[in-house]
Write a protein that binds this ligand. Structure first.
Ligand SMILES: Cc1ncc(COP(=O)(O)O)c(C=O)c1O
Length: 458
């Protein structure tokens, strides 16, 4: 079969999500409370609904996707698998490159896969309103979209730098009925404190999370919960629909083996979504290289230790076992706003520690160069986050050429960049720079976690 697009029928969409926690050779470590003891599910109850907390701690391998979520997924799923024939030709590589196009969702990225599921579970639990943070705006728009479809209110704290760079994302959120405010804001104690200390801060995902959690837990009616677009186990779970579809589609394309799986990684969710079903194969002996890609200016997986750390700047969340640059870390203002998070999903971090993944960091300019090649071969304009996966794919396709090997590469094309054109403009005008992080700065930031417990997989 030599098709450009490989489709599945709606009835062939997976009916269950895959939970990697069931298959890890060492069990996942629990989140810890301020006293250093594991957090019990009921301690999380003011923040998340209990049905999602149950998923968060589940070690069941397969979890049924509710009928209503399947029905909403059908608005854009199954997403097509593409063969990147023109890119292959341009690179002159013997590799066969496939990509899962998650940009076809209404919000333009993979994020609605979990937004719809989370809005559904909150609604089922009787919740009326969700709060969240957003970096580039993809997650905020995905959750606003999901809340519109499920009849919930939605309030989004958007990282200030992205709020300024991406006004159309705010308008998308408002079109779906969401309320979007720049973070730090004067609406919360956490925001006011940070604004007092540093009124010109570009903001960070860590700060925005503090604000969104505070806004949820301080609602006196009890009808508000917080929703996170990445990092947590249940978010990784919901995204596995991507990899499960991809496996069926690769088979239809006549591929019996995959050599390399690639995804960009901010909090880890689109990467996990594509890769975890392949990580399961790797645990069972398959020879696959699985590469999460991050920006060199926020090198969580490649330079930061596996530590317990807070998920947010104001230390409101439990301590999570993750690769972290330190919860006070404010990354340079790269355009890939969704990759500017100080930590990495505990499940992704865990898999790195077990040697199942091969993380890689790439600088901004190489990523934009890759996104330009992609736009002029494959046609689609990529989100700046997604460009990291493309840059790594091009590196691997060139390596296959040097080695003369017919490798099969699959990447997750996590979203389109049609709302991110200011970054492209800056690149084309020569106004974009790399931000190498001085080792001293990394060391200083990591030192802020010195007093926190150290996770052990021994
Ligand atoms: C298009 C796109 N890709 C990737 C990411 C990174 O997030 P994650 O690592 O959770 O997939 C984001 C986050 O905003 C995004 O918008």
């Amino acid at each position: 079969m030599n098709a450009t697009k490989i489709f599945l029928n709606e009835q062939d969409m997976p009916k269950q999500w895959y939970n990697l926690a069931a298959d890890l050779p060492k069990p996942p470590l629990p989140p810890l409370g301020p006293d250093g003891n594991p957090v019990s599910p009921d301690m999380l109850a003011p923040v998340f609904p209990m049905n999602l907390i149950e998923q968060e701690v589940s070690t069941q391998r397969w979890i049924d996707i509710p009928e209503k979520v399947l029905e909403l997924y059908n608005l854009w799923r199954p997403s097509p698998l593409y063969r990147a024939k023109r890119l292959e030709e341009y690179l002159g590589t013997p590799a066969r490159i496939y990509y899962k196009n998650e940009g076809v969702s209404p919000a333009g990225s993979h994020k609605p896969n979990t937004a719809v599921a989370q809005a559904y579970y909150n609604k089922e639990f009787g919740i009326k309103r969700l709060t969240t943070e957003t970096g580039a705006g993809q997650w905020g728009s995905a959750l606003s979209f999901a809340c519109a479809l499920l009849g919930l209110e939605c309030k989004v704290f958007m990282v200030r730098i992205s709020f300024d760079q991406k006004p159309y994302r705010r308008l998308m959120m408002e079109t779906w009925g969401g309320k979007c405010i720049p973070s730090p804001s004067s609406e919360t104690n956490a925001g006011r404190k940070i604004l007092e200390e540093n009124p010109d801060t570009p903001g960070s995902l860590g700060i925005a999370i503090s604000e969104a959690v505070e806004a949820a837990v301080t609602d006196p009616t009890g009808g508000t919960r917080y929703s996170l677009g990445s990092v947590l186990n249940h978010v990784m779970l919901h995204q596995t629909v991507i990899g499960l579809e991809a496996k069926k589609q690769l088979k239809l394309a006549g591929e019996s083996k995959v050599d390399i799986v690639i995804g960009c990684a901010g909090g880890g969710s689109n990467f996990a979504g594509l890769s975890f079903p392949f990580v399961a194969d790797k645990i069972n002996g398959a020879d696959i290289e699985i590469i999460p890609v991050e920006p060199s200016s926020c090198p969580t997986m490649t330079k930061a230790p596996f530590s317990y750390d807070f998920g947010d700047t104001a230390e409101m969340t439990p301590l999570l076992p993750m690769h972290s640059l330190g919860h006070k870390f404010v990354p340079p203002p790269i355009h890939a706003g969704g990759l500017r998070y100080h930590g990495m999903a505990p499940l992704v971090s865990h898999a790195i520690e077990l040697g199942l993944l091969s993380p890689r960091a790439i600088h901004q300019l190489e990523c934009y160069e890759a996104a330009m090649i992609w736009a002029r071969t494959e046609g689609f304009i990529s989100a700046p986050e997604t460009s990291h996966a493309i840059a790594a794919t091009i590196q691997e396709a060139k390596r296959a050429k040097e080695e003369g090997k017919e490798k099969v590469i699959i990447l997750n094309w996590s979203g389109h960049g049609l709302m991110d054109l200011t970054g492209y403009e800056a690149y084309m005008n020569g106004k974009l720079f790399d931000y190498p992080l001085p080792e001293e700065e990394i060391k200083k930031s990591i030192a802020t976690m010195a007093h926190l417990p150290k996770p052990s997989l021994a």
